[in-house]
Design a protein around this ligand. Structure first.
Ligand SMILES: [Cu+2]
Length: 118
């Protein structure tokens, strides 16, 4: 009986630890895999989200999640001009004027996206 009690409490402690680990893993995944409201992730050679809509005077932050270098570069004009963004580096820009700002990656022109400021 004494032995059984011991293994039951070990089992319960084990289960509690397992749940704790699962909860921590889950919260980590949520914080790193999805961009926040004013964030764009560059991931898998794509901008995520491809269209982001924000109010005037919002600062948007791009984060490069890829191993490859990328840029965020306005299709026309110079509103967005990140230069090279290395892995895990960020670029931030504040949009002071309402409008539609299509942009692309200067190194991979197939990567396109748009910032809409209103
Ligand atoms: Cu790129």
């Amino acid at each position: 009986m004494k032995k059984n009690k011991g293994s039951l409490s070990r089992f319960l402690v084990g289960m509690a630890s397992l749940f704790t680990v699962l909860i921590i893993l889950n919260s980590c995944e949520k914080s790193t895999d999805e961009p926040g409201p004013n964030e764009v992730f560059i991931q898998g050679h794509a901008f995520n989200p491809t269209t982001i809509t924000v109010p005037v005077n919002t600062t948007i932050t791009w984060t490069n999640k890829d191993a490859d270098v990328h840029t965020a570069t306005s299709d026309t004009g110079g509103e967005i001009n990140s230069g090279n963004i290395s892995k895990n580096r960020t670029f931030s820009h504040t949009f002071a004027t309402a409008g539609s700002y299509p942009y692309h990656c200067a190194l991979h022109p197939a990567m396109t996206a748009t910032v809409i400021v209103n």
